[in-house]
Ligand binder design. Structure first.
Ligand code: PBG
Length: 335
């Protein structure tokens, strides 16, 4: 008689391992640890009070003072790191993203402040991309015909990398999706004595609708779309190709982004590359859960923990999430 067949009693009973909280805790295959969470932070230099973001309830644009408090708390909670995004004033934006390579530009200045505040207590990371700094909102500089010029952009990324390293960033988050960006940045860093600064490649970064609220967070109004450089959501193999290429070019860590809609990529990349794999639970993923919870349509805390656990289960070693502090607090309370 086959196990579990109709009219018989099952011999194999998987429910035994689900019977009590203690048993479930013992057999849980995936756990969350604050050290594997990275908190993205937005910083401005033209405000005196933190500014709440309408499309991301609970997330703010920080002042230099409030970001100091935020990173101190993040370090106390044992987070793995913070990822800094600069939000320049509109008047500081131009076609080349000049403020990105100004040592006193908002991101570089904020990085200095944060690095001085937390030292080695967590890993200080910076977004290396031009979209926050350009008036057209693209991740690179434009050619005469209006297209994003890959190789001219690499020159800008090299200079950005050096300024971010000088400011004290320990891990550069290359999120621009230009071909050859990892090799270009690695070479620039090494030739300037920054061989200890690591590169996080946003390898499989898709042209996603889930970045919507981020535009408000960084005050960016994009002209057109990013489909000529970010990946088509239809493509799985291409995401893996990008990750493999980035590892060949010297990436220390590779990332898949967004997270929840791309768990197949997280699993593919984790099974293939010999470096850590991270995933970014992006602004739209945050906003969806917050909005549904605000309506009482979903259990907020369970949905947050389930989503992050799923990302880890798929193979992500660490997760960038706007809920990092809240989750870490919860884990600390539970321990
Ligand atoms: C590029 C960048 C973006 C995000 C992180 N880095 C925007 C984009 O590529 O369109 C999105 C993050 C989020 O939505 O939470 N600088």
């Amino acid at each position: 008689m086959t196990t579990g067949s109709f009219g018989s009693f099952p011999v194999v009973r998987p429910r035994r391992l689900r019977g009590t909280p203690a048993m479930r805790r013992l057999v849980a295959q995936t756990r969350l640890d604050p050290a594997q969470l990275v908190l993205p932070l937005f910083v401005r230099d033209d405000i005196v009070e933190p500014q709440p973001l309408q499309s991301m309830p609970g997330v703010v644009q920080h002042t230099f003072d409030s970001v100091k408090a935020a990173v101190t708390e993040a370090a106390e909670l044992g987070l793995g790191g913070v990822m800094l995004f600069g939000v320049p004033a509109d008047s500081a934006k131009d076609g080349f993203g000049t403020a990105a390579t100004d040592p006193d530009g908002v991101l570089n200045a904020a990085t200095r402040v944060v690095a001085a505040e937390v030292g080695d207590a967590l890993v200080v990371q910076t977004d290396l991309c031009l979209d926050e700094f350009t008036d057209h909102g693209h991740c690179g500089v434009l050619a005469a015909d209006g297209s994003v010029d890959n190789d001219a952009t690499l020159e800008r990324y090299r200079d950005m990398a050096l300024e971010q390293a000088r400011a004290g960033s320990q891990l550069l988050g290359l999120s621009g999706m230009m071909d050859g960006q990892v090799a270009a940045v690695r070479a620039a860093l090494d030739s300037d004595g920054f061989d200890d600064v690591a590169v996080l490649a946003y390898s499989a970064k898709y042209a996603s609708a889930f970045y919507g609220p981020f535009r408000e967070a960084v005050g960016s109004t994009l002209r057109g779309d990013r489909k000529t450089y970010q990946l088509d959501p239809a493509n799985r193999r291409e995401g893996l190709r990008e990750a493999v290429l980035d590892v060949e070019e010297g990436a220390d860590i590779v990332m898949v982004k967004p997270a929840l809609s791309y768990l197949d990529l997280v699993a593919d990349v984790a099974a293939t590359v010999p470096v850590p794999v991270w995933a970014y639970q992006v602004s739209g993923e945050y906003a969806m859960i917050e909005a549904a919870a605000a309506h009482g349509w979903i259990d907020r805390e369970r949905a947050i923990l389930e989503s992050i656990t799923s990302i880890r289960r798929a193979g992500a070693d660490a997760v960038l999430t706007y809920w990092a502090v809240e989750v870490a607090r919860g884990l600390k309370g539970a321990a």
